[in-house]
Design a binder for this molecule. Structure first.
Ligand code: KIV
Ligand code: ZN
Length: 390
């Protein structure tokens, strides 16, 4: 489903298999791509950008196969603004129950200089290629690459041309992660307000994370009127990556009070797909990554652990179950306090009195000073060492 009458519904367009896989060293095998596509489809992602069919025989096969296997999601392929690219893309996506062609061209002065096209020549190319795509497929997305560094007048002009030629989604890429949240919101708002026909299409936001602002820029674009966010699992993508799916989806869920928009993503499936993407791409998730990092639900300091034991909301704004974890993790280390040790001992099956707790706590702290993390086995060993040999 891509069109919706619910004005607060935000479509999630996942490009892990296209922009994510373009990340140097993140290449996935055919079987891995099929597995990730199936997980995305199952978790309620609206549109899956499955690849760039003209790029290689392998990409073409992967997109075709993903299209054949798709159940709920729209399957999209990428094509440059060239007729053979668009034809090849259609050959791959046409097997899907809901196919989409996504065609793009770089519209900023720097990008226009590469094919050496004048503004008029590029405008003509956009008209020709979007019309061609639309003759093949009912669902066409068009992107002016480097939109955020394109002159306003020219951007408004080419967006209007693409809409008139039949694009139903207009994606506004911040290709080099240059924009800032206030600009991101204003650009979408102005396009919707000033471009003729803009109220007939869905505006999408596609942000890169070069300055660490991709999530903020995507959410700001939604505030400006965008209703499709383009993103990847774990923020995988070129250079510093793309907007992370898990971040925008959880931000919309947790801060629904001030951001009244919602997605169709089953958030309980986030952790599993995050781990699978990390494994198959070979890009481990940083420990302190928002939502899916190893430490996102871990607490070590005594004050935090004590607070968590009394009321989890003291130090957690999301429930671990909401992202597919069973529980938070109280990591035992030198910052841990007595309350956490007592709780850990209880979990490990040891009921201790105050005196015994005092004794084992001293030995635990000595050990914790020598080790980064004290594991359950270490604590069991401490207890055994303190047992009366009789
Ligand atoms: O970042 C970008 O501009 C892109 C386009 C192809 C949409 O990935
Ligand atoms: Zn991109």
């Amino acid at each position: 489903m891509t069109q919706t009458t619910d004005k607060n519904r935000v479509l999630i367009f996942d490009t892990t298999l296209r922009d994510g896989e373009q990340s140097p060293g993140a290449t996935m095998t055919h079987a891995e791509k099929l597995e990730i596509a199936a997980l995305l489809d199952e978790m309620g992602v609206d549109i899956i950008e499955a690849g760039f069919p003209i790029a290689s025989e392998g990409d073409f096969k992967a997109v075709s196969e993903i299209a054949k296997n798709s159940v709920n999601s729209v399957i999209c392929g990428l094509a440059r603004a060239q007729l053979p690219d668009i034809d090849r893309c259609w050959e791959a996506v046409k097997h899907a129950a809901q196919p989409r062609i996504h065609t793009f061209i770089g519209t900023s002065p720097l990008h226009r200089a590469i094919p050496n096209l004048s503004q008029d020549e590029m405008a003509e190319r956009i008209h020709e290629t979007v019309t061609h795509a639309r003759n093949l497929c009912d669902n066409v997305q068009w992107s002016p690459m480097d939109a955020t560094r394109t002159e306003w007048d020219y951007l408004a002009r080419v967006v209007e041309i693409a809409i008139k030629a039949g694009a139903s989604t207009i994606n506004i890429p911040d290709t080099v992660g240059y924009t800032a949240p206030v600009e991101s919101a204003e650009l979408i708002r102005r396009l919707i307000a000033e471009v003729p026909g803009a109220d007939e299409v869905i505006f999408a936001t596609h942000c890169h994370n070069d300055l660490g602002m991709a999530t903020a820029n995507s959410l700001a674009a939604v505030a400006g009127g965008a209703r499709q966010i383009e993103c990847t699992i774990n923020g995988l993508g070129e250079r510093a990556g793309n907007t992370a799916l898990e971040e925008v989806v959880m931000a919309l869920k947790v801060r629904h009070d001030i951001m009244p928009w919602h997605t169709n993503v089953d958030t309980t499936k986030i952790m599993n797909i995050s781990r699978r993407v990390a494994t198959v791409s070979g890009f481990p998730v940083q420990f302190n990554k928002a939502v899916v990092g190893k430490n996102a639900f871990a607490h070590e300091s005594g004050i935090h652990q004590d607070g968590m034991l009394k009321n989890v909301e003291t130090f957690e704004i999301m429930r671990p179950e909401d992202v597919g974890l069973t529980e938070s993790n109280l990591v035992m280390g030198k910052h841990s306090g007595r309350a956490a040790l007592r709780d850990k001992l209880k979990h490990l099956g040891f009921e201790v009195g105050e005196n015994q707790l005092k004794d084992v706590f001293v030995r635990f702290k000595e050990l914790a000073d020598r080790k980064k993390e004290v594991y359950d086995d270490d604590i069991v060993a401490l207890m055994r060492a303190g047992e009366d040999p009789e």
